[in-house]
Design a protein around this ligand. Structure first.
Ligand SMILES: Nc1nc2c(c(=O)[nH]1)N[C@H]1C(S)=C(S)[C@@H](COP(=O)(O)OP(=O)(O)OC[C@H]3O[C@@H](n4cnc5c(=O)[nH]c(N)nc54)[C@H](O)[C@@H]3O)O[C@H]1N2
Ligand SMILES: Nc1nc2c(c(=O)[nH]1)N[C@H]1C(S)=C(S)[C@@H](COP(=O)(O)OP(=O)(O)OC[C@H]3O[C@@H](n4cnc5c(=O)[nH]c(N)nc54)[C@H](O)[C@@H]3O)O[C@H]1N2
Ligand code: SF4
Ligand SMILES: [Mo]
Length: 741
């Protein structure tokens, strides 16, 4: 009998908890929190505790599937890649590269391959039809960060470890464990703010568990945050509470903001926010008076009609209260894999380098928005998407207007999915390519150490060796890249790996003045111990801000340092980084970027526009993760979750009964849903979680099928989006609700 315990960072959400995993005879049998983890210190949630169940799930695909006569058949990898080549290349030849679209899902950000190996594939495809879950999620924050700080990577994070005052808008970290603010154990960290005498205020239409923990809960109307923040800014100016915290020379545009906020007096926004003018004034004064304070916004501020504007105003309030780049305020991470930037200034960041074919929606961060993905699949003509590649994504369950999406996938000429399961979406695929399981691949959170509220570096090697007949995700993505670049289905991903690392190292060694100049061979030799993603990580760590620099800084970091420290490295609290990290042409923070300033007109017009009687918002639960864990029995325990929550007054008015059924209808769809009546919702708001609805013909997930649930995205509207970021509106959907007998 072989038994061992492995240490592994959890890949399931942004919190990056350390796990201790018992393995017996090659099978993971138990997961605990790693008490020695420098960041999570033993904390874990029910999802992390079930990671081995995901790895062991018999429904998780181990072999590629190819559809033959309408049925999936297990085939060899070679046959699967040949099927991809035979299905896709003729379409490219006949219709051009834009005929192939790609939709990349959320789990891509949670794997090393998703961060490093997708780009070569996308480059090889060469289509402008690239989409990702970013445009149903955080892209508004990246737009505002790009415009203000010159780079979409410069996202200001709430320093929750030191703050005296945390104002949370539209986030529920007690269920989600945080987003764009990586930190294990949000419950503990929020309680710690209270324990040290700090204040916690939550603005959310629902009295969530996070709101319950707070000193105060302000039940804002969905979509109200931009108005609230504008009013707070006006109060700051009006009451002379503006304090730039010594950043006067770094902040451009303060006077413009003073002018912009004028129409938004607390009285003027009261109707839109559902908050009393006095509540807004008191909140602003408290925030301004706190020793340190930070506003933090998430899904409820992004997936709304003013997503980019709201995300921007969050940082404006932080700047105007002297809390930008200050301990306890909004700060920037210093990820170990990135070089330290010390000289402010750069080319800046812009959007709109190209436009979508059908609706002319602008590009953001190299992608087009998912709100127009169906348009691009449905509308005939040059550049129509005829084939789709989905990578770790579930468009039918995750994207607005699910009924339309279903039809579009059915009508594709060809579909390839890189996924672990036959899901609501991948059942439409012609080929499914499953990467090896979550415990058989290494983990370093490229995506999240740059968003972490404490500087951390941690690498975990595979817990269970990858079975010989399985492929890592990077191998699959490189194979696809090779097919598109004409090297054929027989191409060896190891050759592509060699090519990419030599390009990467070569590029760095070509820059005159760089300490690496001319040392390409030596450096490739020094990296030769590792392959694939690990080799790239080693290179990035060594050349990163704490790196050993290939001998220049012998005490610095490399992959070996992380391997020697399986519980992670604590690289300290967030540090002030302005103006060094700024990449704006002015080398200053642009508090009033033109694109966003222009959108204020739309906000002003919306002050007077009519409001909907009843709107739908989503919600998350600690035992779910979007649609990717519905087949794990231990996570399905507890009361039914896919239910419509309604406020008691609304229930009375509509004749809805606890446990009864209701019909809910939006512009795009109609669903029948069980009702749960709860005081936690504000009147006029109903809530249905996303991520359910797996009981469809062909789905191969036994537990998920038995659980079923309702896909709330049959109600969300693909025509509702924020015109600046093009992010979909998923919260505040106008609906009608009727009782059913
Ligand atoms: N109504 C509504 N809709 C929403 C949201 C909402 O709040 N309300 N939230 C939105 C948000 S924030 C997001 S991020 C999106 C997510 O949208 P998507 O990313 O499209 O969907 P997921 O549900 O995350 O599905 C992920 C798929 O990837 C597979 N998978 C998981 N891990 C891996 C892996 O390592 N490799 C591979 N190859 N496959 C893997 C899973 O089996 C699953 O099929 O949903 C959005 N949709
Ligand atoms: N357990 C679990 N954890 C997860 C996920 C999951 O599905 N389950 N998904 C992961 C992903 S992909 C993401 S992006 C993150 C998201 O992380 P969070 O943003 O923390 O998660 P949500 O639960 O969507 O929180 C959004 C809150 O906004 C509120 N809200 C809705 N509309 C408005 C509004 O107009 N204004 C305000 N102020 N509030 C509003 C909702 O009621 C909800 O409480 O969570 C991640 N973690
Ligand atoms: S909070 Fe997130 S990272 Fe931590 S155990 Fe749960 S799912 Fe994993
Ligand atoms: Mo997300």
């Amino acid at each position: 009998m072989s038994e061992y315990t492995a240490i592994r960072t959890c890949p399931l959400c942004e919190a990056t908890c350390g796990l201790e995993i018992d393995v017996k005879d090659g099978v993971a049998v138990k997961v605990r929190g790693d008490k020695e983890d420098v960041f999570s210190k033993g904390y874990l949630c029910p999802k992390g505790a079930a990671l081995h169940e995901l790895h062991n799930d018999p429904d998780r695909l181990r072999r590629p599937l190819v559809k033959k006569n309408g049925e999936f058949v297990e085939v060899s990898w070679q046959e699967a890649f040949e099927a991809v080549e035979a299905g896709l290349l003729p379409l490219v030849e006949k219709y051009g590269r834009d005929a192939v679209g790609a939709y990349l899902g959320n789990p891509c950000v949670h794997t090393m391959a998703g961060i490093l190996a997708l780009r070569p594939m996308l480059k090889a495809i060469g289509s402008k039809n690239m989409f990702s879950a970013s445009t149903v999620d955080q892209i508004p924050k990246q737009v505002s960060s790009g415009l203000m700080f010159g780079s979409v990577a410069n996202v200001a994070l709430p320093d929750i470890e030191r703050t005296h005052f945390l104002l949370i808008l539209g986030a529920n970290p007690l269920e989600s464990n945080g987003s764009l603010a990586t930190a294990p154990n949000w419950p503990g960290r929020l309680r710690a703010i209270k324990d040290r005498g700090g204040r916690l205020i939550v603005v959310d239409p629902i009295k969530t568990r996070t709101a319950e923990l707070a000193h105060e809960h302000l039940a804002v109307k969905p979509g109200g945050d931009a108005f609230l923040l504008m009013a707070m800014i006006r109060v700051l100016f009006e009451e002379n509470l503006v304090d730039l915290g010594g950043l006067d020379d770094v902040l451009n545009g303060v006077e413009e903001i003073r002018a912009l906020c004028q129409p938004f007096a607390p009285e003027a926004v009261s109707q839109r926010t559902g908050l009393e003018p006095d509540q807004i004034r008191k909140l602003t004064r408290e925030l301004a008076a706190a020793e340190s304070a930070v506003v933090y916004g998430r899904m409820g501020t992004c997936t709304v009609p003013f997503g980019a504007l709201t995300s921007w105003l969050v940082d404006v309030v932080n700047a105007l209260t002297g809390n930008l780049d200050k301990p306890g305020g909004a700060m920037f991470a210093t990820p170990a894999h990135a070089p330290k930037k010390t000289k402010a200034g750069g080319k800046g960041w812009s959007l709109g380098r190209w436009k979508s074919r059908v609706k002319g929606l602008h590009e953001v961060m190299g992608e087009l928005p998912v709100c127009t993905l169906c348009d691009e699949m449905e509308t005939p003509g040059d550049g129509q998407i005829r084939a789709l590649i989905t990578v770790a994504s579930n468009p039918v369950i995750a994207l607005p207007n699910a009924a339309r999406m279903e039809k579009c996938l059915e009508n594709l000429d060809f579909m390839v999915s890189v996924d672990w399961y036959v899901t609501a979406s991948t059942r439409h695929a012609d080929v499914i390519l499953p990467p090896t399981g979550p415990l058989s691949t290494g983990q370093y959170d490229f995506g999240f150490y740059g968003l972490s509220v404490h500087n951390i570096a941690n690498y975990s090697p595979p817990v269970i060796p990858k079975p010989e007949d399985e492929l890592d995700k990077w191998e699959i993505l490189y194979k696809l890249a090779m097919i598109f670049s004409g090297q054929g289905a027989a191409g060896d991903p190891a050759a592509m790996d060699e090519f990419i690392i030599s390009m990467m190292v070569g590029g760095a060694c070509k820059r005159e003045g760089s300490p690496l100049f001319g040392k390409q061979d030596e450096i490739l030799q020094a990296l030769s111990k590792y392959k694939g993603m690990e080799r790239m990580l080693d290179f990035m760590l060594r050349t990163g801000c704490h790196g050993e620099g290939f001998g220049l800084n012998p005490k610095g970091l490399s992959l070996k340092t992380l391997l020697d420290n399986p519980h992670g490295l604590d690289l300290g609290h967030l540090e002030p980084r302005l103006p060094g990290i700024l990449k704006t042409p002015s080398a200053k923070v642009e508090l009033a970027p033109e694109v966003l300033v222009k959108d204020v007109e739309r906000l002003e017009q919306a002050l007077a526009s009519p409001q909907d009687d009843m709107v739908l918002v989503g919600r998350r639960h600690i035992r779910t993760n979007n649609s990717w864990l519905p087949n794990i029995p231990s996570l399905l325990k507890g009361p039914p979750r896919s239910v419509l929550q309604v406020n008691p007054q609304d229930a009375d008015r509509l004749g809805l009964k606890q446990g009864g059924m209701a019909e809910i209808e939006s512009r795009v769809g109609k669903l029948t849903v069980p009702v749960e009546i709860t005081e936690n919702l504000r009147q006029g708001v109903v809530s249905l979680p996303h991520g359910w609805g797996h009981d469809l013909p062909g789905v191969r997930m036994k537990a998920a099928r038995a659980y079923g649930g309702i896909n709330s995205n049959f109600l969300t509207d693909d025509q509702a989006f924020d015109p600046v970021s093009n992010n979909s509106v998923l919260n505040g959907i106008p609906v009608e609700v009727r009782a059913l007998d």
